[in-house]
Structures are given as C-alpha cells and as structure tokens.
Write a protein that binds this ligand. Sequence first.
Ligand SMILES: C[S@@+](CC[C@H](N)C(=O)[O-])C[C@H]1O[C@@H](n2cnc3c(N)ncnc32)[C@H](O)[C@@H]1O
Length: 206
Amino acid sequence: MSQKEYWEQVYSTRLAEKLGWYRPHLETSMSWIKELDLDADAPIIDVGGGASTLIDDLLDEGCESLAVLDISDSALANSRKRLGRQADLVMWLSGDITTYALPPNRFELWHDRALLHFLTEAEQQEAYRSNLLNAVKPAGHVIIGVFSHEAPPKCSGLPVQRYDSEQLSNTLGKQFELVRQHKETHITPGDVEQMYLYCQFRRIAN
Ligand SMILES: C[S@@+](CC[C@H](N)C(=O)[O-])C[C@H]1O[C@@H](n2cnc3c(N)ncnc32)[C@H](O)[C@@H]1O
C-alpha cells in the first residue's frame, strides 16, 4: 500500500475525533503563532494539516492567507466540510510534501504537527528540508511538533523518527535557528501517552 493509500484509508474509515493525534485545538501551536503577531495577510502553511482544527482557529484570528497541504484528499475534504463556506478562504493543496512544488519564498510561517516524524528515510527528510528552504521567506518562522524520544516508536501503526531539538535543528539545516522548544504529553483518544516535542525556528540565512 502506498503512503497516500494508507492515509486515505485512515481518514475515510475513521472519525477524525478518534484518531490518535486528535486534539480539539492545537493549543501550543496557536499560542506560539499568536505570539509571533504576524500581519493578517502573512502567508501561513500547515503541512500535513490533515483534519486538524488549527485552520479554523487561524481563520477565527483573522488570518487571511492560509494554505493546508496534505497527502490525503479525504483529510482535506473533512476539514473543508467542517468549515463550510469559510473553506473557500483557504488554499487546499493535495500532495506529498517530499515531492510537491511549493511556490518559492512564499510563506512567513510553516507549521507542521506530526507529519515530519513519519519521514523516516534520509532522502525523505532531505526532500522535506529542501521544500521548506524553498518555500519559507527570509526571516520566516517554522513551528514543528514531532514525537520526542520518550514517545512510542510508532504512531498510527507506522514507524516514526523521534527527535530531540538538536536532531530537529540538524534536519532543518543551518539556515534555521532554534528559538524555543517545549515538551508536551498528548493523551490519545485511546488513553495512550505520547510525548511531543515542539520547536520554533527562525530562518536566519539563505
Ligand atoms: C498524525 S497526522 C497529523 C495531522 C494534523 N497535523 C494534526 O496535528 O492533527 C499526519 C498527517 O500528515 C499527512 N501526511 C503523511 N505523510 C505525508 C506526506 N508525505 N506529505 C503530506 N502529508 C502527509 C497525513 O495524511 C496526516 O494528515
């Protein structure tokens, strides 16, 4: 089964609220994004956004230039349905982050909760990094949430790459400076504890 088929099956057979990574709101991400105090028209992308409500909360905050990229059309359809007419205010990008051609120098903020850790091969991580480097503006921001070393070795039945902040910094490359980090226990709907590491970076070089 291809990655796309896997994720399509996940979202088309299970309720979003029952998925292991589900949270009613991504509180840490939202509070860090608010603190960035970006202009309302600052372009923001949520990669691997799935059916997450982050986009709803960003719309409520008045963000005007939002994009969500995901490999699963079912996940994007889920979010579009939930948002109703507001969905038209968002750019929905269907594709694989390791191959999708994002516009260069476009985004002031790149957000990713729980996509990167599924990229376990060095070539996939390099493709992610290269897309990030291409798409994030100079002095732009990056917020990434991944499984930390205390988390289980699998998420949603798939093996994951677990990180500390140094490893995550190395994956992103020297163009990105670590601004802050935070560890948070996520309790899945099935009552399993998963320790996430959130890191915020700033682009400091080309
Ligand atoms: C664990 S879920 C997290 C969803 C969302 N960010 C959240 O926090 O609720 C991982 C998401 O990444 C997407 N995904 C997995 N591999 C991907 C890839 N190579 N390119 C784009 N999206 C991918 C999946 O479809 C899924 O929506």
